[in-house]
Ligand binder design. Structure first.
Ligand code: G6P
Length: 368
């Protein structure tokens, strides 16, 4: 009912604003500064089994699939474990060669998505250890997986997933730390990651201050028919997620792309009426993303940049800038997701859409 929304007009906005707390909840009791690692009560993996994992197949649908794509970068960076990410609806009908030491990790907010459940069952049938990262306690996938990690994000009511995404990424970062610490990751590196994770709720509180900038940008671009979302590396999956959020609740066509790949097709869409949202905080590929941004500007496309606070190099090129706090690159997916959630929300409101219950969509897709 309305009471549960508190002071917020929509569940989606309430859930966006809950993220400092939901991230703290995802981490509570799981970070172990002494051993510079993370631990999880329900993984049910023995030390031997843990060390033998030589490949992880992550499977999910929708927003959870985008979190899994971030997980691929995290696991490979921190644990040097090869990861493959597959839509559950594809995995369930494939027969991919996987050996005994491949673990299948399902990601799902609801724990009830039919395709994800079917992919998990098929993996179990083939003899694989299955794990789940899940929000809904006691859900089908949580019960059927061999082990797993709960998000503890509380019920997510808005159909467009927000807080579940950032918590999934936080759990994946902790899992990557945990796996990494059984391998090559040093205790110094582990301690640094723990400190950075612990600072995250405060950083997200600060990030939410971008809301006023987001409102102005939304007013300027709410009439667009097409929007491109572009990012690289850790922020490529966030570009996909930003585009999905806009499509879901405003019905504006949007595409997420790796920023450098847009010259192989989507750049043909660029004109003065087609804005591009660039994810361009400071980091390794900053210069590369800046040159992708110039390519769009040169073709007359308006650019909205999600950038590090006070970045004059970006503001000299972009038409509009939304500022976010600086964090290490592996945490940028969580931080940059916030303005994209708010942008979709504000544009959908201006378009007169029902943000909590978009047409044709269900919170949980329990049929194939
Ligand atoms: C539906 C929802 C999406 C969600 C997807 C996967 O399509 O509308 O917001 O990302 O299902 O749901 P899950 O519960 O498995 O994460």
């Amino acid at each position: 009912g309305d009471a549960e929304k508190g002071a917020f007009p929509h569940f989606m906005l309430k859930e966006i604003y809950e993220q400092p707390e939901t991230l703290a909840n995802a981490m509570r009791g799981r970070l172990e500064a002494d051993n510079a690692t993370a631990h999880f009560g329900g993984l049910n993996l023995g030390a031997q089994q843990l060390r033998q994992i030589d490949r992880v197949v992550m499977t999910a649908c929708g927003t959870s699939y985008h979190a899994a794509l971030v997980g691929e970068y995290l696991f490979e960076e921190f644990a040097r474990v090869p990861v493959e990410v597959e839509y559950a609806s594809e995995l369930r009908y494939r027969n991919p060669p996987m050996d005994r030491n491949t673990v299948v990790l399902a990601l799902t907010q609801s724990g009830e998505t039919a395709d994800t459940l079917a992919a998990l069952r098929e993996s179990k049938r083939m003899g694989h250890t299955t794990l789940a990262i899940c929000n809904a306690v006691g859900s089908s996938i949580a019960r059927e997986a061999d082990g797993g990690v709960y998000l503890h994000a509380g019920p997510e009511i808005g159909v467009a997933s927000t807080k579940a995404f950032t918590s999934q990424v936080a759990v994946l970062a902790m899992l990557a730390l945990y796996l990494g610490r059984t391998r090559h990751l040093s205790s110094t590196q582990g301690q640094r990651i723990i400190a950075e994770l612990q600072a995250l709720p405060g950083v997200i509180r600060k990030t939410l201050e971008c809301h006023d900038q987001v409102k102005l940008v939304a007013q300027k671009y709410a009439g667009a028919k097409n929007v491109l979302y572009l990012g690289r590396q850790y922020l490529y999956p966030v570009a996909l997620e930003g585009a999905l959020k806009l499509k879901e609740i405003s019905y504006i066509h949007a595409e997420g792309y790796p920023a450098a790949e847009m010259k192989h097709g989507p750049i043909a869409l660029v004109d003065e009426n087609t804005p591009s949202v660039f994810l361009v905080p400071r980091g390794n590929v900053f210069d590369k993303v800046m040159s992708n941004m110039q390519e769009i500007k040169a073709r007359g496309g308006p650019v909205i940049a999600i950038a590090s606070a006070g970045d004059h190099e970006v503001s000299a090129v972009a038409d509009d800038v939304i500022e976010i706090p600086d964090v290490p690159e592996y945490l940028q997916p969580i931080v940059t997701a916030i303005p994209l959630q708010l942008l979709a929300y504000e544009i959908a409101l201006l378009c007169g859409c029902d943000v909590d219950k978009p047409r044709n969509l269900a919170k949980s897709v329990t049929v194939e």
